[in-house]
Design a protein around this ligand. Sequence first.
Ligand SMILES: NC(=O)c1ccc[n+]([C@@H]2O[C@H](COP(=O)([O-])OP(=O)(O)OC[C@H]3O[C@@H](n4cnc5c(N)ncnc54)[C@H](OP(=O)(O)O)[C@@H]3O)[C@@H](O)[C@H]2O)c1
Length: 303
Amino acid sequence: MLRFDRRNAVKLFVGAACAAQLAPSIAAEPTLLTKKIPKTGERLPVIGVGTNNYSPTTPDEREARKKVLEALTRNGARVIDTAPAYRESERTIGELLKEIGNREQAFVATKITSTEGMLEESFRRLQVNTLDLVQVHNLINVTALLPLLRAKVAEKKVRYIGVTTWTDDQYPELAQTLRRETLDFVQLDYSLGNRNAAEELLPLAAERGVAVLVNVPFGGRRATNLFTRVRGQAVPDWAKEIDASTWAQIFLKYVVSHPAVTCAIPGMTQLANLEDNLGAARGRLPDAAMRKKMEAWWDALPG
Ligand SMILES: NC(=O)c1ccc[n+]([C@@H]2O[C@H](COP(=O)([O-])OP(=O)(O)OC[C@H]3O[C@@H](n4cnc5c(N)ncnc54)[C@H](OP(=O)(O)O)[C@@H]3O)[C@@H](O)[C@H]2O)c1
């Protein structure tokens, strides 16, 4: 039994003081905002990670990506989007999730373009027994692949199925697919700088009960993405009204506040960017009036 002498009293006091110091920082990180997958009601945090740049060529690059994937689930986020087309991405994610030990917390989404053993390769590279979501990449072979994916759902190897695009040219085909097929997810491009998906596709996804993942929410990894247009500028005063303190949080809060959007998957290879972006899954989101104000503000920006 602990003897309550002066030395132990000092230890207890120091321990309590440390705990008191730690408590505010733990309490200061509210849980992430989530949205429901319409088909099941399962909730997903509104920010995940896109991994088309997860083919590290040095140990430092690999370590940076490991830190992102570790902090992702430690903070309560889940969605990791990859594809066989992203060079070493699936293999890297498989290895890193194993090393971190967080496969069970993650929601792993990959893509498919061929019926010829491609999915089996994804299971092998990702080192998983089940995949949370498999999407037909850019609608390639969509009519042949959806029955194959449905068979995998029946076998309980795949939990959800969907399709992806990232270009306006495919919007008419995507709309037809959404009307014709029963899908769980659609993945498409949408951002403050590219709002075309909001015209037909996002309302249609909502009407059809299809969850939406948003890719390229910053306009992509190109030199001329959304950040270029605001470089060197302070965030506007109204950002406080939506609890955003950075440009990334403004851009992401715009995307995930669309009622049809389930989760945005910005590409991130740096821990600092993940920490910044998770801020978009906390606090207030813009309401319809604020979303209009943000659009008008963006359209009036020079360049
Ligand atoms: N057809 C399809 O299915 C399709 C097509 C395109 C993309 N996608 C998916 O969508 C994901 C996202 O697309 P993307 O990565 O090309 O474009 P993105 O998400 O629009 O932009 C990613 C870029 O933004 C940077 N970034 C991230 N957070 C930031 C922050 N807080 N502040 C400043 N810069 C930040 C990243 O830097 P760091 O990497 O240095 O952190 C990276 O250079 C892809 O990874 C992929 O999973 C799917």
